[in-house]
Design a protein around this ligand. Structure first.
Ligand code: ZN
Length: 462
């Protein structure tokens, strides 16, 4: 109530900022952060300070002078000096942070965005390597979301963020070079297209800005949309205006996204239609929009075979890389000079390849056949892709028998790949029995942690 009265008094007794008068906008407040807007002359600023003092008397809430700054725009040096002398405030400089985002009177420099890069780097230091895909999607996008929603990230910054993500995904420590085996574009594709589902940051950036594009014409209650309609779009529509130097970085970014949508759809009418098609029940769907902006790959037939909670995430990641033939096999290591022999280290007989390792190799065949037997299945191993095709086409994907088989397949791929790496890089060999036991142990505990397992399976696993 006090705040409402304070607002009314500001509107009537203090000259409003010239870019706020149409909306009678006096302030923005979030939690304990308050920004006041007034005309840049001494009486107006003094009036605002007087009302702040009154507000303190009414509410008991006092502004912290050491954290209070005054920002000027288009005010002469003489008036500025007078205001600072009479109020005792410190003059602030742009950019300053509001809701974690740096606010600036011009485009943010690469140095400002550097703080975002540092934050991402620091946040990844505290995470262990397993579950890297989940960490990238939650930690990285948790940090960048605010920034991505406020402007298009500069290309140099995008490049640095993608490099950090790649290095984290590939276990590369700072200063240590490692050969890159995976196409990052493939890693960023969704599971249906054989990818790992890491969000592609530039498309996500554009999708978030497309939301503002829609809000500009459709949001009737938000101050941001109202302000832009009053001062920027008063003589035209967002579809007809072009970038101008005086526009904010955010608006310039939105206009760039608009241009891309118009260019890809062919006309403003088609662009408006596609923008409206991303709205469901009055809410803009950023996820749908993201898929429109990203480069799409072809749907893979096997993706359903590697879906479900019964599969351990790191097993799933390895199994997707194996199914899409993106694991660094010996031929790739030889071509990059990392090893000299091309024989499979599990059977010591054949040449290593994806087809051989999963499951033409006698060692891996034995492991998979033993797992089929453990699941009371009489089929015998053929190849990973035949197995995947069969699993993807089977009805009842969530049936416990299918979940058990999926969990076993992904775990078998993961542990066979671990065993192969251990033999190549450390020379240490685990026996077939030890490997089998490890896979059964992991699958058993994963399944037991799932809800709604039938009692017959629980009894079998216990
Ligand atoms: Zn082999």
């Amino acid at each position: 109530m006090n705040l409402h009265f304070f607002q009314l008094t500001l509107q009537t007794q203090v000259s409003l900022h010239p870019k706020c008068s149409k909306l009678k906008l006096t302030h923005l407040i979030f939690a304990d952060d308050l920004i006041l807007f007034v005309r840049g002359d001494l009486p107006s600023v003094q009036g605002a300070v007087h009302l702040l003092n009154l507000f303190t008397n009414w509410s008991g809430l006092r502004a912290n002078i050491s954290k209070t700054e005054i920002y000027f725009g288009g005010v002469s040096s003489a008036v500025k000096a007078l205001i600072l002398q009479h109020t005792g405030f410190t003059e602030g400089s742009f950019p300053f942070r509001y809701l974690r985002i740096p606010l600036n009177s011009c485009r943010n420099s690469t140095e400002v965005y550097g703080t975002l890069v540092t934050k991402i780097q620091n946040s990844l230091l505290h995470w262990s390597k397993p579950g890297r895909v989940q960490i990238l999607n939650s930690v990285i996008f948790g940090i960048t979301n605010f920034w991505c929603a406020s402007a298009l990230l500069p290309k140099a910054i995008l490049k640095r963020i993608i490099k950090i993500c790649k290095d984290f995904f590939l276990h590369v420590d700072e200063g240590c070079r490692k050969q890159v085996f995976h196409s990052w574009a493939a890693v960023c594709r969704p599971a249906q297209e054989g990818g790992l589902g890491v969000k592609e940051i530039l498309s996500w950036n554009k999708a978030l800005l497309a939301k503002w594009l829609w809000l500009l014409e459709n949001d009737t209650s938000g101050i941001w949309a109202q302000w832009n309609r009053a001062y920027i779009l008063s003589t035209g529509s967002i579809w007809t205006i072009s970038v101008k130097d005086r526009y904010s970085e955010c608006l310039c970014s939105i206009l760039a996204v608009k241009e891309e949508i118009v260019a890809r759809t062919g006309s403003i009418v088609a662009a408006t239609q596609i923008l409206n098609s991303w709205v469901r029940h009055g809410k803009f769907q950023v996820s749908t929009t993201y898929h429109w902006f990203r480069d799409k790959g072809e749907t893979v037939y096997w993706f359903k075979a590697l879906q479900g909670n019964a599969i351990v995430p790191k097993h799933k990641t390895c199994a997707i890389l194996a199914a899409s033939k993106h694991l660094p096999m010996v031929d790739l290591l030889i071509s990059r000079g990392l090893i000299l022999i091309n024989r499979c280290v599990l059977c010591q007989v054949a040449v290593e390849s994806h087809e051989h390792l999963f499951f033409s190799c006698t060692f891996s065949q034995d492991v998979w056949n033993a797992l089929l037997q453990w699941m009371h299945l009489c089929s015998r191993s053929v190849s990973l892709w035949t197995e995947l095709r069969w699993m993807a086409q089977t009805k009842g994907q969530r049936h416990w028998k299918n979940m058990w088989r999926k969990a076993c397949l992904a775990a078998a791929i993961y542990y066979l790949w671990q065993e192969r790496n251990q033999r190549i890089f450390t020379g240490h060999e685990s026996s077939y029995a030890a490997l089998l036991s490890q896979i059964q142990f992991t699958v058993k505990h994963r399944l037991l942690a799932c809800n709604s397992l039938p009692s017959c399976l629980v009894a079998h696993l216990a």
